[in-house]
Write a protein that binds this ligand. Structure first.
Ligand SMILES: Nc1nc2c(ncn2[C@@H]2O[C@H](COP(=O)(O)OP(=O)(O)OP(=O)(O)O)[C@@H](O)[C@H]2O)c(=O)[nH]1
Length: 354
């Protein structure tokens, strides 16, 4: 039995559809944590853990739950193991954030947390990130997104830089209506006040748990068949190679990517096209961006990509990516020219913190 005064670390679930900006927001929090110690649990969909790689190095307290959706873990023992590690007194954490996969059912995660018998944690709220630019189309495809918003404590209307004021107002209205009780804040690049995570709204007293997520919120979810989960319709393809990619062929692949291929993330190695940098790649819907990042001194040169979509032909995509590999002997004028195709999608400096 734990004494009532034993410190309990709030565990916040950070959810949101594929590519909405969860990792970007998390990295913003880690960079601006104002003395707070934040533990991170990342749950990726896809067998290469790109998100874990993207937040790794920020804190000593990042663990990855690996492949698949945590919301469908048969039992929550893996989560419990990580929570135990992160709540060791030596970690001295103020808050733990679980970044859910973009296809997770947040209610399930919350339920697992509420069911956890770790006396050192308490449920700290659900933060749902919404991509303001993609929301109307995503909601049309997945009306069930509304039920995620309905149980959120805080909704971050992200990517407001990508929409006009009128579009933002329309999305905000839709989100507020679906959101029910959660506060809605607008953001670009996930730049919210880190205090939001430690805010009392997100740190209920034990007695307030039912205000956060009522039994009714959870029950229908328990009855819902697994095949109604968002990720049931999605498939992921992982691709990893130490052979550099040919920029021209890779761009042709990206330009002709099928409609159902909603999300691509990872790192591309263009070999002699740019020996100094790997290219972090993000595609969300039709949006595409590269961010050159210097290779570490001893880092293995390798392309690692995860592609997530519905109705995609995994085998064909894999084959197409294999055809993008190039054993190019060295720099040629042709190679330099074809790197321009990549550089067109490099972000403006400082536009992005991901
Ligand atoms: N223009 C714009 N781009 C953003 C913003 N926030 C994030 N992005 C970009 O959107 C892409 C996806 O961001 P992530 O943070 O990786 O999204 P995520 O929700 O973690 O993605 P998944 O883990 O695949 O679900 C990246 O290219 C980000 O740089 C924003 O406010 N504005």
């Amino acid at each position: 039995m734990t004494p009532p005064h034993a410190p309990q670390i709030p565990v916040v679930v950070l959810a949101g559809f594929l590519g909405s900006g969860k990792t970007t927001l998390l990295n913003h929090l880690l960079r601006n944590r104002a003395g707070n110690r934040i533990g991170v649990i990342v749950n990726d969909f896809g067998s290469i853990e790109i998100d874990a790689l993207t937040v790794a190095g920020q804190v000593g307290s990042t663990v990855s739950l690996g492949n698949g959706c945590l919301c469908c873990a048969v039992d929550a023992s893996e989560l419990d193991t990580y929570l135990e590690t992160l709540t060791r007194p030596s970690a001295r954490l103020d808050v733990i954030v679980i970044e859910a996969s973009g296809l997770a059912e947040p209610q399930e995660l919350v339920r697992m947390l509420l069911a956890s018998d770790n006396p050192h944690v308490r449920y700290g709220g659900l933060v749902e990130v919404v991509d303001a630019a993609e929301f109307p189309a995503t909601r049309e495809r997945h009306p069930e997104i509304d039920r995620h918003l309905a149980v959120a404590d805080l909704i971050v209307l992200n990517k407001t830089d990508r929409v006009s004021d009128a579009e933002q107002a329309a999305v905000r209205e839709a989100v507020v209506t679906a959101g029910g009780r959660g506060a809605v804040i607008s953001a670009a690049y996930g730049r919210i006040d880190p205090e939001m995570l430690l805010d009392p709204v997100l740190r209920p007293d034990e007695g307030d748990l039912d205000r956060q997520l009522s039994f009714e919120d959870l029950l229908p979810e328990a009855d819902r068949a697994h095949d109604t989960h968002l990720h049931a319709a999605y498939e992921s393809v992982s691709f990893s190679t130490e052979v550099p990619l040919d920029p021209r062929r890779f761009m042709a692949f990206l330009d002709s990517r099928p409609e159902g291929l909603y999300r691509i993330k990872g790192f591309a190695d263009f070999g002699p096209g740019d020996r100094d940098n790997r290219y972090a790649l993000h595609a969300v819907g039709r949006f595409l961006r590269f961010v050159p990042q210097p290779w570490g001194r001893d880092e293995e040169r390798r392309t690692q990509l995860v592609l997530i979509g519905s109705g995609i032909d995994a085998e064909a995509l894999h084959k197409e990516l294999e055809n993008c590999r190039s054993h190019h002997p060295g720099v040629t004028e042709e190679l330099e020219r074809s790197m321009w195709g990549v550089l067109r999608y490099v972000r403006e400096p400082d536009a992005d913190e991901a």
